[in-house]
Design a binder for this molecule. Structure first.
Ligand code: GLC
Length: 813
């Protein structure tokens, strides 16, 4: 069963059957202001922080589902009948109305045909202004003159989400609303400059044109489905100091047959004055600024996506890589992970491991943001060499005091709360940062970054803005030394609070995943060190030692053991009754470069044999059925959900990459295809979630809802899918001085092409596969000249900025 389709030309996912079983979401905003909305305009808006600067309210996990939102009501003033341009909240009978939602890149269009009126509401945030634009169009297709009232409605939130949800004593009496000059102003009185505005192109000058009080607009014993003001056809001009506030603006529209009307509403950051300025800008000259900024947003995404475009025999891979997966990965980097319908904004800050990985995935399309994330993470590293698991980057900036200490200002926590000890450290966190830094240098050629100096978190003084500074290169050494120090009785790295798998705590035991990751980080670090002419002998020795230890302690004769509990019990080994095979240890054994090819193949065969399902690879097998605290919290998770043998998406691309390393293109593609959301577009009765987004996990075969996907959008699976497909399967990898082409594809692919922008030059790459192999670059021509090919692939030297280059690569036996 399907609910929509991919519109490739417009880069939109079009939901043409609107009664989707769950919310299908999308994000608007690419800088400071951001909104997350579903296919029926339910959702919320915030400025910078979803926790401390929420603009509109959301009743998460509620009934009715996912309300309120940013709604446009249309009322027929002759009959009194009304509907919304998004299907909900009015919820017109779908036999009588046609509703479509187009999820685009940082915009959403809600379209409706009802009662002879076509209407469209587009939501987006211009690149350069903190204002949400509602671009509303109406057309009278009814063949007769119509008199309509259009109401735009939002429910305001107290900025501080915890206070908004728990402390009405404050939220209800410290916010006030007013209407003047056609602008609703929300004033959060305890807060310095705590204002929002809501205005429209055609400001009302009578009380029927606005309401600022939610309960007046909606009316008692009613909901957003049937607000009294809409039913009546007029607002009442309500506003008050204190209370629950809304922005409700009415515009009256008369349309001749065939006539169109355009209305613009603006919801923004700042006071009435700011609103006036925005209205002057966006509502003048036939809304030309709205059109221009919408176009600029389109160009913003086009420019990013143009950095890497592919054409392969796989429609799913083309659609995901060319548009949706990069989009998802970018949204994760821009907004961190804490604004969705699952994480509704009660947390902010950066998760160390998640952000380190996310920042590695969009370096070609967003080098500035990737770099600033890397710097934030470097400042969140301790002198011990572990990263702060969850921290706010502002903690490590010089403190600036607000002139007025409102109770809503979040004080800087004391040092003991900012900088946690080793007991709260996760063993993998900072290791991810090293490859991320090295890949950033490979992508950009910014070699000087390695010698920039940043202070360590535990030495930083927010009052002076100073601390003990060392180079980025030294930060990396401290991370590697920490993991070398923190090993257990088998010589394998300790898992500490957890490794990548939050729920596999091993009671303080040892983690194969961390040792393999340590090796991977060392491979990256040593390559950089050698390129910079530094002495890396000690770290090469460290890597050799890991290889030897891992093969000795973790190879169990069939695959790679996942780890050891504190009492020495092996996890993820053939002797285990439950949790016998794990994805992390087997994929990372191969990816890390620490194990033999032969063992790597066997390990990945076990992954296929025990973990493969038609919806992707399970995290482990068999699922745990009884609590066992020596293993960890994973044993207290229901079978088939989350880390307990669900199809956890994030590690799936590790398996594609591992298969590519092993040269098994068919296997890589089989695993890619199983997880690919695009391939499940017509299986929504099972999948339920968005087919254009990777989800955190899909219920595994042990669960009654096998195949149901959960937690869309905010997941590291997007970045990793992008990285594994482009760098490993298609094999386009920047190195310090060369662009490497080393694909591993299904033997049945006759060819594919990639357009890649690297350091300002364009590479139009065609890979030919005349003999139907998977891997093995034998020949490469750059603008007609042959270039070096070795066992690592074709080595294409950096070309001059602005040049466009033709690359042909042949893979062969
Ligand atoms: C969640 C967390 C991530 C963790 C993963 C597996 O996605 O955000 O940090 O690695 O779960 O437990």
């Amino acid at each position: 069963m399907k609910y929509g389709y991919f519109d490739h030309d417009n880069r939109e996912y079009v939901i043409d059957r609107i009664d989707v079983p769950v919310s299908w979401t999308n994000y608007i905003g690419v800088k400071d202001m951001c909104g997350v909305f579903n296919h029926t305009a339910g959702g919320y808006l915030f400025y910078k922080s979803p926790e401390f600067h929420r603009i509109t309210r959301f009743r998460p996990n509620g009934v009715p589902m996912d309300r309120p939102g940013h709604y446009v009501y249309v009322r027929d003033d002759e009959t009194g009948e009304y509907w919304t341009l998004s299907w909900q909240p009015v919820g017109i009978d779908l036999k009588k109305a046609k509703y479509v939602c187009r999820h685009g890149l940082s915009y959403i269009k809600y379209q409706c045909e009802y009662s002879g009126i076509w209407g469209e509401q587009t939501l987006f945030i211009p690149l350069d202004d903190p204002v949400e634009v509602w671009n509303v169009a109406l057309r009278n297709d009814s063949g007769r003159r119509r008199k309509l009232s259009v109401f735009a409605y939002v429910e305001f939130s107290f900025h501080h989400i915890q206070i908004d949800n728990q402390n009405f004593q404050m939220s209800l009496y410290a916010s006030g609303s007013s209407y003047k000059d056609g602008i609703i102003e929300l004033d959060l009185f305890y807060e310095e400059n705590g204002f929002q505005f809501f205005t429209a192109n055609n400001a009302a000058d009578d009380a029927g044109g606005f309401d600022c009080l939610r309960d007046t607009f909606i009316g008692p014993y009613r909901t957003e489905t049937n607000p009294i003001a809409v039913e009546r056809g007029a607002c009442t001009g309500s506003f008050e100091l204190g209370g629950n506030h809304c922005g409700a603006l009415r515009q009256c529209v008369e349309l001749e047959s065939g006539e169109e009307a355009r209305l613009v509403f603006l919801l923004g950051e700042g006071n009435r004055q700011a609103g006036k300025k925005m209205r002057e800008k966006y509502c003048a000259n036939g809304f030309s600024a709205v059109d221009l900024s919408f176009k600029a947003l389109g160009n913003f995404w086009k420019e990013k996506l143009d950095k890497l475009q592919i054409s392969t025999p796989s429609a799913g891979m083309n659609a995901m890589i060319n548009t949706w997966t990069l989009y998802q990965a970018e949204i994760n980097v821009i907004f961190s992970r804490f604004a969705s319908f699952i994480e509704v904004g009660g947390r902010t800050g950066l998760g160390y491991r998640d952000t380190s990985q996310d920042a590695m995935m969009v370096q070609h399309s967003n080098p500035e943001k990737s770099r600033s994330r890397l710097v934030e993470l470097l400042k969140g590293l301790t002198t011990e060499g572990y990263g702060l698991h969850l921290f706010s980057p502002e903690w490590f900036e010089k403190r600036t005091e607000p002139s007025f200490k409102s109770p809503t200002v979040v004080p800087l926590p004391p040092k003991s709360q900012r900088v946690h000890g080793i007991n709260d450290a996760c063993a993998d966190d900072a290791l991810w940062l090293i490859p991320s830094i090295v890949e950033y240098i490979r992508e950009t050629g910014d070699f000087g970054f390695a010698d920039e100096k940043y202070a360590y978190a535990d030495t930083f003084d927010p009052d002076t803005g100073e601390g003990e500074k060392e180079t980025v290169y030294d930060h990396m050494k401290r991370i590697l030394d920490f993991s070398a120090r923190e090993t257990g009785p088998h010589g394998i790295c300790k898992g500490l609070r957890a490794d990548w798998n939050d729920c596999l705590n091993l009671g303080g035991g040892e983690s194969a995943m961390v040792s393999f990751l340590h090796h991977w980080a060392l491979v990256h670090f040593c390559a950089l060190g050698r390129r910079l002419g530094r002495d890396v002998a000690a770290y090469e020795k460290m890597a050799a030692n890991i290889r030897e230890t891992c093969e000795r302690e973790l190879w169990n004769g069939s695959w790679y053991t996942r780890g050891f509990t504190s009492s020495g019990r092996a996890i993820g080994s053939p002797d285990c009754k439950e949790g016998r095979v794990f994805m992390e240890s087997n994929t990372w054994a191969v990816l890390s470069g620490a194990v033999s090819h032969e063992h790597g193949r066997a390990a990945m065969d076990a992954v296929d044999q025990f973990l493969y399902t038609p919806y992707g690879l399970k995290l482990c097998d068999p699922a745990y059925s009884e609590p066992d605290d020596e293993v960890g919290f994973v044993t207290r998770v229901y079978k088939g959900l989350k880390e307990n043998a669900a199809i956890f998406s994030h590690p799936n691309p590790w398996a594609w990459a591992a298969e590519a390393v092993l040269g098994r293109g068919e296997q890589a593609m089989k695993f890619f295809d199983a997880l690919c959301p695009y391939n499940q577009n017509d299986k929504i009765e099972t999948r339920k979630a968005e087919p254009y987004m990777y989800c955190q996990f899909i219920a595994g075969p042990d669960h009654s809802a096998f195949g149901r996907a959960h937690h869309p959008f905010m997941t590291g699976s997007a970045g990793w899918s992008y990285f594994a497909a482009t760098r490993f399967m298609l094999g386009i990898r920047p190195d310090f001085d060369n662009l490497i082409v080393d694909p591993c594809i299904p033997a049945s692919w006759p060819s594919f092409t990639v357009r890649r922008v690297w350091r300002g030059a364009i590479y139009n790459i065609t890979v030919e596969n005349p003999q139907g192999v998977s891997k093995g670059v034998k020949e490469c021509r750059l603008n007609g000249q042959s270039v070096i090919c070795n066992d690592k692939g074709a080595q294409i030297p950096v070309q001059s900025v602005g040049s466009e280059n033709l690359v042909t690569v042949v893979i062969n036996t």
